[in-house]
Write a protein that binds this ligand. Structure first.
Ligand code: BG6
Ligand code: MG
Length: 216
């Protein structure tokens, strides 16, 4: 094991909730509809555009390309508003010490997030300097659940997929890691049972446990 590939939203920071509440606000305002909880799982790990497509298809709403683009921009504005007070204290429990342990063991770290806001968030969390590679999701051909972003992360670290572990909180993300031939670790509920190993919360994820899963 030479590298750890991190998802961001829901793994490093508790931003998954902000994404979905921004979608809820947006859809309520424009279409006066309430989004059910089950849609959150479908938008987790999935790009802004693919999330909006999934939401509109669930609501059976058809809109023009221009309207689509305007909604995606407005969702991001709502989302960014919820990040204004974000600081280092918003790093999820256990993640800072996991990163420190990885660093002291000489492991390479990459960010493999679908979010175009990744660099802004890492900056707010004081983590911008810790990653050896940050994949730009707009440079990746296919988003999660396709394996592309994790393959790009391994490549940018100069590692083989088989030398890496990927950490994810989303169904689409675990599928992406598995398809890439990378050892997957899920953080969350039983919807992530397709991961090689799963932990309920970030607090439960330690380097020692990751090493054990990798050797299994
Ligand atoms: C992922 C989130 O990390 O990033 C998704 O899990 C989100 O919910 C995606 O849609 C894209 O994020 P952004 O910040 O580019 O809109
Ligand atoms: Mg996530």
């Amino acid at each position: 094991m030479k590298g750890i590939l991190f998802d961001l939203d829901g793994v490093i920071a508790d931003t998954a909730v902000y994404h979905f509440s921004a979608w809820r606000q947006l859809i309520k305002k424009h279409f006066n509809c309430d989004l059910p909880d089950e849609l959150e799982v479908k938008t987790k790990g999935v790009s802004r555009e693919d999330s909006l497509t999934a939401i509109l298809s669930y609501l059976k709403i058809d809109i023009s390309e221009e309207e689509f683009e305007a909604l995606a921009i407005e969702k991001n504005q709502l989302y960014l508003q919820s990040l204004t007070t974000m600081t280092e204290t918003d790093i999820l429990p256990g993640i800072k010490s996991l990163i420190d342990d990885c660093k002291s063991k000489g492991l390479k770290l990459a960010l493999a997030s679908a979010s175009k806001n990744g660099p802004i968030i890492l900056d707010k969390l004081g983590l911008a300097h810790v990653f050896d590679a940050i994949v730009d999701p707009s440079e990746v051909r296919k988003g999660k659940p396709a394996p592309d972003i994790f393959l790009a992360a391994a490549r940018q670290l100069d590692l083989l997929p088989s030398e890496c572990v990927g950490l994810e909180d989303s169904v689409a993300g675990i599928t992406a890691i598995n398809t890439a031939g990378i050892v997957s670790i899920g953080v969350g509920g039983p919807e992530l049972n397709h991961a090689k190993a799963r932990f309920e919360t970030t607090k439960d994820v330690t380097l020692e446990k990751i090493e054990k899963v990798f050797k299994r």
